[in-house]
Each structure stands twice: as C-alpha cells, then as structure tokens.
Design a protein around this ligand. Structure first.
Ligand code: NAI
Ligand code: MG
Length: 362
C-alpha cells in the first residue's frame, strides 16, 4: 500500500456538488494509476451548512477539515441565503473563517489560456497566439484588508475613513518563498508587484523579496509598479510567469489576469498554509443560473484537485497528467456550454461527459 492522504470534501451549493462529482471521479482514476489512496470525508458548507446544521461553517465541518491533509472546496452561495446578515451568509460565513482558522496566507490563481481556446479571450488573437500560463500569487491574510487601525471616525462631514497597510518581514518572506518555489517548478521567472515609489510597505516588500531571491539563483526576479502591471497584463501577457503581489494588488490583478482567459469555469485556485495544508477551489461561484442542469464546466474543480496533488501532496507527475488531460480534451474539441463557440470541430457536452473525456485522457 502506498501513500494515504485525507481530503475534506466540501461541495457546497449550486453547481458545487455537480462539478465536485467529476473531480472525485478524477481522484478515483488517479488512485488506479498511482500507488496512492485518497480518504475522503464529506462535510456541509455554505448554504448547505446553514440548511442542515444551522451555520455556514458548522463545527463538525471545521473538525473534519482539521483532521484532513487538505480541503477540496466547491462553491457556496445563492439567492436563498442572500437575506441573511452579511456575516452569516454562505461566502463570508464560511470562506473568511476558513482562511483565518487554517492560516491560508498564500492564494495561488493560475490564469491559463489553452491554445485551443484563444478565441474565447477578449484580447486580440495575435497577442495570445499559442496561449499563456500565468500564476498570480497573492498574500491573503495581511495588508490593507486586515491591518489596524481601520474604521470611520467622527461625525457628519467631519468623518474620516481610515485603512492601514502593514506588512512585517516574516509575512513578506513566507509569501516570497512560495513564489520562488512555484517559479522553480515552471517558467523560472518571478515578477514582484509593488508601488515602491510611494508606499513604505512596498519599499520593505521590494527589499525583502530581493533578499529571498538570493536563495533561488535559478529564478529570474523582476519588479513592476502595480499600475504598469495592470497595463502590461493586457498589452503582452506572455511576458509573465509568476506574479507576486500583496493582498489588495493581488485581488485586482488576479481578477484581471483571469478575465484575459475569457472563461471563469476553467480557473482553479489554491490557498496555502504554512507547511503542506491547503484549500483548493474553483475561482468562480455557485452559478445559480445553471445549477441543477448538469451543464456546468467541471474543469476548474478538476484543475483545483490537480493543484491539491501538486502543492499539498507533492504528486507533481499526477498533477501534470491532469493538466495535460484537460488540454487534450480541449484540443479534441470537447466544450461545455460556457466555452462553446459553435466552431467546426467543437462537440457540445455536459458536465459528466467532459469529466469522462478527461479521465479517458489521463
Ligand atoms: P458565479 O461565478 O457563480 O457566476 C458568474 C457567471 O459565470 C454565471 O453566468 C455562471 O453561470 C458562470 N459560471 C461560473 N462558473 C461556471 C462553471 N463552472 N461552468 C459554467 N458557467 C459558470 O458568480 P455570481 O453569479 O456572481 O455569484 C453566484 C453565487 O456564487 C453568489 O451567491 C455568490 O456569493 C457566490 N460566489 C461564491 C464564491 C465561492 O464559493 N468562492 C465565489 C464567487 C461567488
Ligand atoms: Mg476579487
């Protein structure tokens, strides 16, 4: 018997359970091909948690996650729960606490445009010919979203809104290591984003990143101001490999990079803690508009499972096999409705059919 990994499976709401079923089929297929076993425990989260156990992140779910090596998360939310107080709603009530409880400080979002899907992008064909493969690494638990003091003081027109951006040396060091280690396994380039011409946090950020870079002589480091980076992403995305950002810059640039690919249902994400623990989920939401119809694109969820193998379980070969199987299925013309463009050679398929095709290509 080979390795055993414990996975907390949190399908959530809407299309979450539908796309999760396909990702679990892929894990079954990986078990057959590699000497590994994934012990999976299902738990309720989001609207499902509220309906079945009274809250978006039930205690039992937290305990199942704590007893696991990684979390595979679907998506949460929907119109049914939108009238609840904000902190009790599926997204805020589950995702933010999960990040906090598990110290998920590194958010990894690949923006990949597969060569056979370049016409889905809003960019000109010649800019993206051959596709691109960017990995945005965003610091997720520090910076202006969390630093104190923050709030609104005073009365009436005298009121003042305050936010603080704070980064410590250890916070910068650990996210920089994640970026360099990831770059080492792919294009060997890190572009660190800051605003060092005006922000003190950025001056420190740049100094620390340059220091950490000395431990990775095989990786090329460059620096870019965030405003220029926003421009360069739409001008020539292929210049980027790994993009390293603090929290707010990463929030904005990762959405921009994702949209360049033109297909939300294709993009996975990882949120990593210190060590090997991580949470893996699609970048999109629960898509209530198409839930229950069996037509959602499961690729983001399947690629998220692949990231789990890569970053939490060290199964690089199996993770590559999943990525390659997805690329081949797209080359063969399989399309769920969200990426179907009515072009010659395309085959319109449903959630299960594209999942089966990916497994057949593993
Ligand atoms: P959404 O991502 O659910 O949907 C946006 C559009 O993309 C919809 O037209 C949807 O059909 C489509 N789409 C998304 N994923 C798809 C997939 N896999 N295959 C095919 N089409 C797909 O975002 P929206 O509509 O803003 O939010 C819907 C619900 O999801 C809300 O309750 C929101 O709070 C929640 N949400 C949850 C997230 C999470 O669980 N991490 C993230 C974003 C939104
Ligand atoms: Mg965002």
């Amino acid at each position: 018997m080979g390795q055993l990994f414990k996975v907390a499976v949190l399908p959530g709401d809407g299309i979450g359970p539908e796309v999760m079923a396909e990702a679990l089929k892929v894990l079954d297929a990986i078990e057959k091909r590699y000497d590994v076993k994934f012990e999976r425990t299902h738990a309720n989260v989001g609207g499902a948690g509220i309906d079945l156990e009274g809250r978006a992140l039930p205690e039992t779910t937290v305990n199942i996650c704590k007893a696991s090596d990684a979390i595979l998360f679907g998506s949460v939310g929907g119109p049914k729960w939108e009238t609840l107080p904000p902190d009790e709603q599926p997204e805020r009530g589950a995702l933010l606490p999960l990040r906090k409880i598990f110290g998920l400080y590194a958010n990894l979002r690949p923006a990949i445009i597969f060569p056979s899907l370049t016409s889905a992008s809003s960019l000109k064909e010649e800019v993206i010919a051959g596709g691109f493969d960017i990995l945005v690494i965003r610091e997720l638990t520090g910076g202006i979203y969390f630093s104190q003091p923050k709030g609104i003081d005073g009365e009436g027109r005298e009121r003042v809104g305050v936010d603080t951006m704070r980064y410590s040396v250890p916070e910068i060091e650990r996210i920089a290591h994640v970026a360099f280690q990831a770059a080492r396994k792919r294009g060997k380039k890190v572009c660190s984003i800051d605003k060092a011409n005006v922000l003190s946090t950025s001056v420190l950020w740049r100094e620390i990143v340059i220091n950490i870079a000395k431990e990775y002589p095989d990786v090329e480091l460059s620096h870019m101001y965030v405003d220029n980076a926003a421009m360069q992403l739409v001008r020539w995305p292929k210049q980027f490999d790994v993009i390293l950002c603090e929290n707010m810059f990463g929030d904005i640039l990762s959405d921009e990079a994702a949209m360049l690919t033109g297909s939300l249902g294709m993009l996975p994400s990882a949120s990593l803690a210190e060590g090997t623990f991580g949470m893996y989920e699609p970048s999109g939401g629960s898509a209530p508009d198409i839930a229950g119809q069996g037509i959602a694109n499961p690729i983001a969820q399947i690629l998220s499972a692949g990231m789990m193998l890569r970053y939490s379980f060290g199964m690089v070969e199996a993770a590559d096999a999943i990525d390659n199987a997805v690329a081949r299925v797209l080359d063969e013309g399989y399309r769920t409705r969200d990426i179907y463009q009515e072009k010659a050679g395309e085959k319109l398929v449903n959630t299960k059919e594209i999942g089966d095709a990916i497994i057949a290509n593993l």
